[in-house]
Design a protein around this ligand. Structure first.
Ligand SMILES: Cc1ncc(COP(=O)(O)O)c(C=O)c1O
Length: 388
């Protein structure tokens, strides 16, 4: 019999939408969260030559020293923060890093506080380590910025960790330095630990990015190469660990993961050494796409209520339209040929919303906007059970 833990793991709806959308002809995909850029050329060259040099064996579980030093140099360059490479654990993607962090922190029955909305997979990570999810609501009028006082109200004696994500999926909100500092203070005062997923760092528009490490060393900070370097399938990430947990996380990594792929770690060094102008260009492209969609949403008469400042997502309130958000998502897929993700994937607080991803080229986004314009002119005719 399938374990209770596995039975409680919910499907990732964006993947279900993708599967359905792939069965239809001529669909514009605004549901996927995967960058449409290629990794830097030096990443390919380094991976290939590293492979040819025979770097295909296991490495130390915590990762190759060159990569851990390159990650430390990245924090110094980007944020002026000194990170001891001894606190860095390289992982096969950000996701396994989160598993290690929660496995090191949470005992069965203890709680992890998440924001609502949150990245769809977070509750399933918490359940997998036997933890319990508590949520604190985010509000569009705060720009979906978490507030330390809301977190404080969400804590109990059983709370071990506060799981945050900035820039955020699905809202695109970027936490400001003051909020990060407040959360760090709250965690210290309540003997809880922030776990901060910074995988979208590098993809912020018109705002400064801050890492939690500027405010505390007593936090787990997750990051990886999937988004900033468009290296999703390469499976490479890292975890910065508070000193007191280094040994435990290393033992967990040795047992559960063995290591990240050897030659991919070399490619990671090349990625981190990419000249910054490439990212500046990519960021500008994402910003243009965001602006295009933000304007389109206003023209559809929907109130976005905030400006998404990072990642590549917009969370759009569709209460103005007939039917619930699932009906509207079905309508957009079947009538307009545009796939988006129903917000309920990201928590109850997002049930009236749809997530639009702009990780696709500008022509496709323009096409999607035209299709939605045309379809919405008939939206009053949506039967509330559309597409079921
Ligand atoms: C917030 C967030 N964290 C983590 C991940 C997964 O990252 P990785 O590919 O590095 O495992 C995603 C992927 O979409 C994400 O949106």
């Amino acid at each position: 019999m399938v374990s209770k833990r596995a039975r409680e793991v919910t499907p990732f709806m964006a993947m279900d939408v993708l599967e359905r959308a792939n069965e239809l002809d001529d669909v514009v995909h605004l549901e996927v969260g995967e960058p449409d850029f290629e990794p830097p050329e030096a990443v390919f060259e380094t991976a290939i030559s590293s492979l040819r040099d025979g770097n295909t064996n296991y490495t130390a579980a915590r990762g190759k020293p060159e990569l851990r030093r390159a990650i430390a140099a990245h924090y110094d360059r980007e944020y002026g923060v000194a990170v001891d490479p001894g606190r860095i654990v390289v992982t096969p993607g950000t996701s396994p890093g989160l598993l290690l962090a929660l496995a090191a922190l949470v005992d069965p029955g203890e709680e992890v506080v998440l924001t609502d909305p949150h990245y769809a997979c977070y509750p399933n990570f918490v359940r997998t380590v036997g933890g319990t999810v508590r949520t604190v609501p985010l509000r569009p009028e705060d720009g979906f910025q978490p507030r330390a006082d809301a977190f404080e109200a969400g804590l109990s004696a059983l709370t071990r960790a506060l799981l945050l994500n900035s820039p955020a999926n699905p809202t695109g909100a970027v936490m400001d330095g003051e909020t990060l500092a407040d959360v760090a203070d709250l965690a210290e005062a309540t003997d809880t630990t922030p776990v901060v997923d910074e995988v979208y760092h590098g993809l912020s528009y018109d705002v400064d990015e801050h890492t939690m490490l500027e405010y505390t060393d007593d936090a787990f900070v997750l990051n990886g190469f999937s988004k900033r370097f468009a290296m999703t399938g390469w499976r490479l990430g890292w975890l910065i660990v508070p000193e007191a947990y280094v040994d435990a996380v290393n033992r967990l990594a040795q047992n559960l993961l063995i290591c990240a792929p050897n030659f991919v770690q070399d490619a990671g060094v090349a990625a981190l050494e990419t000249p910054p102008d490439r990212l500046v260009e990519i960021r500008e492209t994402y910003r243009e796409r965001r602006d295009l969609l933000v304007d389109a949403v206003a023209e559809w008469g929907l109130d976005l209520g905030y400006t998404p400042q990072g990642a590549y997502y917009l969370l759009v309130d569709v209460r103005e339209l007939p039917g619930d958000a699932l009906d509207v998502a079905d309508f957009l897929l079947e009538e307009a040929g545009v796939a988006v993700t129903p917000g309920v994937d990201f928590g109850e607080g997002a049930a009236d919303y749809l997530r639009f991803s702009y990780a696709t080229d500008i022509e496709a986004i323009e096409g999607a906007i035209e299709r939605i314009d045309a379809a919405l002119s008939t939206y009053g005719e949506i039967p509330s059970e559309a597409g079921n």
